[in-house]
Design a protein. Structure first.
Length: 295
């Protein structure tokens, strides 16, 4: 695992941040703990709680109790239920701190607040939590134009933003604006399976004897094959290529990844140690141009 400076905080954060949410509990508590221990063994020191669920908080706290608290970074998502009131966010912080026994939350991240969803009272409550060291940093996450306004306020320390191989100029400019405000940047939604396509009504083809003469089923494709090479590169999965490309953006401190089993996590954790071949970087740039022209 590799590490990068985390904004102006002076801390070092792993290239990957593991997202820990309800999906991680699908196979039970022990499997969730095994996933977290695998992440720690891989050198991942950053974790995001997707909700303020007490069970998630307790399990994460148990796993991280085996390491020095100052060496790990824990982010908590607030407002995923669209409640950005001071009362709701304070209650979420209290619940996570109580059940996790972590002592503090490193980053409280507001998930896609609208233009008028965050009141001054709510922001003051978060600043009060930061002043008392219950929260170290305040962050905001989202992709809409309103993010530009939140960045410009100077009230936030961290920007979490979608960023992938086809990120447009708006998102790239947003990274620069965040850097100018001394904000740390975390990326998410780095990978989309471009082979998938919405299911439409199926056409029933007439068949000859033994089914001969029926047309071949359509290839799974998202339209123009601008990024088809992602699925034809030996030694690399499409997901790993996309992750490796996002990590070439030096403004980004860490990338949020989702994995519900140690094997998948292990593959992702190996990616920062691999250098993306120059030929792949060139193909990605050509794919971006082709996709833009087709849009």
């Amino acid at each position: 695992m590799r590490y990068r400076p985390f904004g102006a905080s002076g801390a070092a954060i792993s290239n990957l941040t593991l997202s820990f949410g309800p999906g991680c509990l699908a196979r039970g508590r022990e499997a969730a703990l095994d996933l977290l221990y695998s992440a720690l063994e891989a050198g991942i020191n950053a974790y995001r709680l997707e909700t303020a669920d007490s069970v998630l908080a307790e399990i994460l706290g148990e796993a991280l109790s085996h390491v020095d608290r100052k060496l790990v970074c824990v982010a908590l998502t607030l407002g995923a239920d669209r409640d950005f009131s001071a009362e709701a966010m304070t209650a979420a912080l209290d619940r996570v701190l109580h059940f996790s026994r972590l002592g503090w939350i490193d980053i409280a991240i507001l998930q896609e607040p609208g233009e008028h969803e965050l009141s001054q009272q709510a922001l003051n409550a978060l600043k009060a939590a930061r002043a008392t060291d219950r929260v170290k940093l305040l962050g905001v996450a989202g992709s809409g134009d309103v993010m530009d306004a939140y960045i410009s306020t100077g009230a936030f320390d961290v920007l979490a933003t979608p960023f992938d191989i086809n990120a447009d100029w708006k998102r790239r400019n947003r990274l620069r604006a965040a850097r100018e405000q001394d904000m740390a940047v975390i990326a998410y939604d780095f990978y989309t399976d471009r082979r998938a396509r919405p299911r439409g009504p199926e056409t029933v083809a007439k068949k000859g004897l033994f089914g001969l003469g029926a047309p071949k089923p359509p290839q799974r494709s998202g339209g123009p094959d601008a990024f088809g090479f992602l699925y034809r590169t030996p030694g690399w999965s499409a997901e790993s290529i996309c992750l490796g490309y996002v990590l070439t953006e030096t403004t980004i401190s860490s990338v949020i990844v989702r994995a519900t089993d140690p094997d998948h996590l292990r593959i992702l954790a190996e990616t920062p140690e691999r250098d993306l071949p120059p030929s792949l970087a060139a193909q990605i740039e050509m794919g971006r141009v082709a996709a833009s022209a087709a849009a």
